[in-house]
Ligand binder design. Structure first.
Ligand SMILES: C[S@@+](CC[C@H](N)C(=O)[O-])C[C@H]1O[C@@H](n2cnc3c(N)ncnc32)[C@H](O)[C@@H]1O
Length: 264
């Protein structure tokens, strides 16, 4: 049996690993360090290496590195490009399992945040299991603190309001509803490379709770009515991208309503 462990490592604060993650890291025979080419690659790898240096202990372990393919973000066929990227990523994982693991070994994949939130690794592994080609393959998932939880904690903001749903979505999808005033009530927005919040910035009923690189020593948080806060976010992103080269940001868009706000 070969077991691949997807270990959630939280969204960038080395103290945000769970005890289960720390214990699992100490048990692995090999770690698959996967990163896609592009901005931020080196610092994401460095973060994982620091986690290993801190938690892997004295037990010997190997590191197998692989570049995961970058997605073609300019492709006209969005769904086709995502599917192609996902297939190539699955092939990379299959290669690591076949060539860099022996029978009886455990391999760890250190996944940013939580492995079940906007991360394709688990889907790729489930597909490999479903083919039936590797009957000796097992997959285990260890949850991590998500960037959503890090963001709400830093803003001291209950994720949901009493009796209300909460949507977790992407910048692309927010952009698609930008002309439908009122479509957004309470949304967590991730993976926004297109500043989609700015498309809603004339809506006086929305508040935004925004964070970049939350959990990192130089995290930045901004919040307030969207019309006033959007330009400050845009300026902060511009400055940060120029200085740092890359930024991970997410935000909550919440429609104001009368009365107290609380969780239920
Ligand atoms: C590919 S998704 C991975 C999400 C991750 N699995 C999780 O559980 O948070 C990457 C997106 O997560 C959000 N994100 C990840 N880390 C973040 C951080 N430290 N601060 C703010 N947003 C973050 C950003 O929206 C980024 O575009």
């Amino acid at each position: 049996m070969k077991t691949v462990w997807l270990i959630g490592i939280g969204p960038g604060d080395p103290d945000a690993l769970t005890l289960a993650a720390v214990k699992a890291i100490g048990r692995m025979d090999v770690f698959f360090l996967l990163e896609k080419a592009g901005e931020g690659r080196d610092s994401l790898i460095r973060f994982r290496e620091e986690i290993l240096a801190r938690h892997a202990g004295d037990r010997p372990y190997r590191i197998a590195r692989a570049d995961t393919p970058a997605r073609d973000r300019a492709a006209a066929d969005y769904a086709g490009a995502v599917e192609d990227w996902r297939r190539r990523r699955t092939d990379v994982l299959a290669g690591l399992i076949d060539e860099d693991m022996a029978d009886g070994e455990s391999a760890g994949v250190l996944v940013w945040g939580d492995p079940t939130l906007y991360d394709g690794t688990l889907q790729s592994l489930n597909e490999l299991m479903a083919t039936g080609d590797r009957p000796d393959l097992a997959v285990e998932v260890l949850p991590g603190i998500t960037s959503v939880q890090a963001l709400t904690a830093r803003h001291r903001l209950p994720l949901n309001r009493v009796g209300e749903s909460i949507t977790i979505t992407t910048g692309r999808q927010i952009e698609a509803v930008a002309d439908d005033a009122g479509a957004v009530t309470n949304s967590v927005v991730m993976l926004d490379t297109r500043d989609a919040y700015a498309r809603l910035a004339s809506d006086p009923g929305l508040d935004i709770y925004w964070g970049a690189d939350v959990g990192a020593p130089d995290e930045v948080l901004l919040s307030g009515p969207l019309p006033e806060t959007a330009p400050r976010i845009a300026e902060t992103l511009r400055e940060r991208r120029a200085r740092r080269g890359w930024v991970m940001d997410s935000y909550i868009l919440r429609r104001r309503r009368p009365g107290p706000t609380g969780a239920g």
